[in-house]
Design a binder for this molecule. Structure first.
Ligand code: C2E
Ligand code: CA
Ligand code: CA
Ligand code: CA
Length: 278
């Protein structure tokens, strides 16, 4: 029995070595990937649930790995966060997303807001607002067309969160809390944060019609958002039933596979921007 356990343990150690090795390899690849322009963006439209018009989009990063094909952010963002590479990658995403949006505006499409995810590592940078401001200036995009998505984990240091958010708001950009409901931010903080929007995590939206508790949570978050004069977006809207429920709750906006999965820039332009009424 003890021998079995010993074998099991050494198998476990072997596996761990492999996993660690793969991780180190991916981390090294990522450094090159930034220089070699292997990262690219996809865009997912966001719709007003009142007018059914597209009102915004979220930029999501992907990695075209030379050997492994396209890797999803769920796999490489955590590694980028651990290694600190996320700061460089995040800035590339921000600059590139703003550049696309600016170019679409220059092409004559009605201007809409672009949302970009901000990692905690970026959020903690002492000169974050300055850097964001510099990118806006460099690209020439008005601040009001940028929304940064942060997570509730920022509230673990409330002093820093407040001062960072105020500096960002001063630029004129919008701020939303992503994956809302999955973190542990207190409602007490929520009312004092200078934010514009809550994005209800897709975990709650997905089980909406199956789980009465999730329906209650979605309904409560939406009502609370209205009282706090925040906009509210439902993530992960996949079917008509969910959409109906969200409309009944007066949820402002929706994002999800029901409308569209994230798509490359060219598809986004042809399928969505070109259909926007001016
Ligand atoms: P997120 O910010 O919550 O982004 C939404 C994710 O949900 C996207 O996954 C999107 O493809 C997926 N999604 C959208 N609608 C639906 C739906 O109806 N059903 C389902 N099942 N999924 C839906 P994606 O692109 O794989 O991104 C995963 C996560 O990676 C993002 O979650 C975000 O946390 C992170 N991420 C992506 N791009 C960036 C980035 O540029 N910077 C940072 N820091 N994180 C990023
Ligand atoms: Ca997001
Ligand atoms: Ca989210
Ligand atoms: Ca998420």
């Amino acid at each position: 029995h003890a021998k079995d356990q010993g074998q099991e343990f050494s198998r476990y150690v072997d596996k761990l070595k492999l996993v660690t090795q793969a991780r180190i390899e991916l981390e090294n690849d990522m450094r090159k990937a930034l220089d070699q322009e292997q990262f690219f963006l996809e865009f997912q439209p966001q719709f007003s649930l009142q007018t059914n018009q597209m009102v915004g989009m979220e930029a999501l990063v992907r990695w075209r790995h030379p050997k492994r094909g396209i890797i999803s952010p769920g796999e490489f963002i955590p590694i980028a966060e651990d290694s600190g590479l996320i700061v460089q990658l995040g800035e590339w995403v921000l600059r590139t997303a703003c550049q696309y949006n600016k170019n679409w505006q220059l092409a004559g499409y009605p201007p809409i807001c672009i949302s970009v995810n901000l990692s905690m590592r970026q959020f903690r940078q002492y000169n974050l607002a300055e850097r964001v401001g510099a990118i806006l200036k460099e690209v020439g995009m008005e601040a009001k067309y940028l929304e940064l998505e942060v997570t509730e984990s920022m509230t673990y240091d409330i002093e820093t969160a407040l001062s960072q958010l105020y500096s960002l708001k001063q630029l004129g950009i919008h701020i939303s809390i992503d994956d809302f409901g999955t973190g542990y931010s207190s409602l007490y903080y929520l009312k004092s944060l200078p934010i514009d929007r809550l994005k209800i995590d897709r975990a709650f939206v997905q089980e909406l019609m199956l789980d009465g508790n999730d329906a209650a949570i979605v309904s409560t978050i939406t009502t609370m958002a209205h009282h706090l004069q925040l906009k509210v977006t439902a993530e992960g809207v996949e079917n008509e039933e969910q959409l109906e429920f969200l409309k009944q709750q007066n949820c402002h906006e929706g994002q999800g596979f029901l409308f569209s999965k994230p798509v490359p820039a060219g598809v986004f332009e042809n399928e969505f921007l070109s259909r926007l009424a001016g």
